[in-house]
Ligand binder design. Structure first.
Ligand SMILES: Nc1ncnc2c1ncn2[C@@H]1O[C@H](COP(=O)(O)OP(=O)(O)O)[C@@H](O)[C@H]1O
Ligand SMILES: O=P(O)(O)OC[C@H](O)CO
Length: 504
């Protein structure tokens, strides 16, 4: 009897395998962190072989914890940190360079040069829905081909292939150099800058401008269909791999945001708010991204507007790892509760420049409003508040682009256990914030995509019916204070602009 579906969640800081039952509840989870490699200021890399090894181990670990075998698993779905780019040799399976992570800013010159060809930051937006920015995969692939010895020649000869982490995991799970399937889905492909949002095919013109041979790129299939079976002799051997969704789109699916106008906000390493816009592709006028939300089998493509914030939970990690100010992420709440407010301090974490709605790669982080009054508690608050303020900026852009005002916000991700943050979020947005019972919506969304493909779940109604609310926070801040705080935040943001000059 196959009573369960598994999901591999290959995230920025860790890789998880989760097993779900038919009610969409978590049966087992296993997780392993991988190294964050920072070779230079602004550079962020991952060792893709370490990630693949972790994937194998967590798959075995989750099954063992649940006392299950591959025979109990109907299908496996893959979800992943998006944009992170890897190029590898298809004959040996060896990466030619570490994976370049979405947060990495090394491609800023490439991005400026491409913009200078005409159209600036908006050069490709009409086709791909994205502004030209270091965030996306295309410029990262170009950097690898331009900078790794012999890579361009090998790529042109057809020996090298590209993938985001979904493709890397899928290729290895289905046999690697021995017949691995080289496939991605439209949610991931829509983050490369190389996919046409209407045709869901690679755009030869853009790939040509970036000097990327089309032969390197994976085939784009739907987000929910059988791509192959797990080939390697591992825990999940023989199980069909039947779902792929980029992690933020997976969370949208897992949160049952399946109708136009429904949105979720995920609080992880960064924050990502997605609004389902149905089969309509809304082009943002306010600094958001247009992206594929999901494509289930042969159904019509569903699109989303997205507000991406680069640094939220990772600011808490920074406080822990770089400053040693807290021993665990959870400790930040205790410090923040020791004071009434931020004491006048605002922390703008523009560590990777600023993403939505600004798209300023010349910005860098700043703490402003400091006086001798400010203590550790105030800084802890400023760190948490930065997440909430950035979320309000994105929500305002979303309301302006869609013409619909969101009346509540569904939330999930690692930071939403922080009750002080959730209350402040509701206060600063002025709308209720709602957390579901299953907070692991990313893995759940990938499991749903896989389970739908093999008939384990029959329709999207099963997903809607499985969703349940855990807790709601209602706004309690008066309007005058809300406006003052937000005004101060916006002023603080302007202090981070123009920090990195071209010659840097
Ligand atoms: N109690 C907490 N308060 C604030 N932030 C937290 C708390 N617990 C975890 N975090 C943050 O949440 C993030 C982890 O969330 P997660 O959803 O697992 O991230 P990802 O999927 O991006 O790897 C980390 O950046 C961590 O700093
Ligand atoms: O790994 P996460 O959860 O931080 O998500 C990263 C995003 O997919 C980047 O676009």
């Amino acid at each position: 009897m196959t009573s369960y579906v598994a999901a591999i969640d290959q995230g920025t800081t860790s890789t998880r395998c989760m097993i779900f039952n038919h009610e969409g509840r978590v049966v087992a989870v296993d997780q392993r962190e991988h190294e964050q490699i920072f070779p230079k200021a602004g550079w962020v890399e991952h060792n893709a072989e370490e990630i693949w090894e972790n994937t194998r181990r967590v798959a075995a670990g989750a099954l063992a914890k649940a006392d299950l075998t591959a025979k109990d698993i109907a299908a496996v779905g893959i979800t992943n940190q998006r944009e992170t780019a890897l190029v590898w040799d298809k004959a040996t399976g060896k990466p030619v360079y570490n994976a370049i992570v979405w947060q990495d800013t090394r491609t800023d010159k490439i991005v400026t040069e491409l913009g200078n060809l005409g159209g600036g930051q908006e050069r490709y937006r009409e086709k791909v829905g994205l502004p030209l920015a270091t965030y996306f995969s295309g410029p990262k692939i170009k950097w690898i081909l331009d900078n790794v010895d012999g890579a361009r020649e090998k790529a042109e000869a057809g020996d090298l292939i590209f993938g985001n982490m979904d493709t890397w995991v899928l290729w290895n799970m289905t046999g690697g150099a021995d017949g691995g399937v080289h496939v991605t889905d439209p949610t991931n492909a829509s983050r490369t800058m190389l996919m046409d949002l209407d045709t869901l095919q690679w755009d030869a013109e853009i790939a040509g401008e970036m000097g990327i041979p089309l032969s390197m790129l994976p085939e784009i299939r739907s987000s929910s269909e059988e791509y192959g079976k797990v080939r390697e002799k591992g825990a999940l051997a023989g199980v069909p791999i039947a779902g792929i969704l980029g992690d933020q789109q997976a969370a949208t699916f897992g949160q049952a945001c399946l109708s136009p106008g429904e949105a979720k906000n995920t609080y992880g390493t960064g924050n990502f708010m997605l609004l389902n816009t149905g089969t309509e592709k809304v082009m943002s006028q306010n600094g958001l991204l247009t992206t594929v939300c999901y494509k289930i089998g042969s159904n019509d493509t569903v699109y989303a507007l997205e507000g991406s914030i680069a640094v939220t939970g990772s600011l808490v990690q920074w406080l822990r790892d770089n400053l040693g100010m807290i021993a665990t992420a959870a400790e930040i709440e205790e410090h923040a509760r020791s004071v009434e407010d931020n004491g006048g301090a605002y922390f703008v974490p523009a560590f990777s420049g600023l993403f939505a709605p600004y798209w300023r790669s010349d910005a860098r982080g700043a703490i402003v409003g400091l006086t001798r009054f400010v203590n550790k508690g105030h800084l802890a608050r400023a760190v948490l508040e930065a997440t909430a303020f950035q979320t309000r900026e994105v929500l305002e852009a979303m309301n302006a682009d869609s013409g619909v005002s969101l009346t509540s916000l569904k939330v999930d991700g690692g930071m939403v256990v922080n009750e002080l943050l959730m209350q402040f979020q509701a206060d600063i947005l002025g709308v209720p914030v709602i957390r579901p019972v299953v907070n692991e919506t990313t893995a759940l969304g990938a499991a749903y995509a896989a389970g739908l493909a093999v008939g384990f779940w029959k329709s999207e109604d099963d997903i809607r019916n499985n969703w349940a609310q855990d807790k709601q926070w209602d706004p309690a801040m008066d309007d005058a204070r809300r406006d003052r705080e937000f005004r101060n935040w916006k002023k603080a943001v302007t202090k981070t602009f123009d920090w990195v000059a071209d010659e840097d």
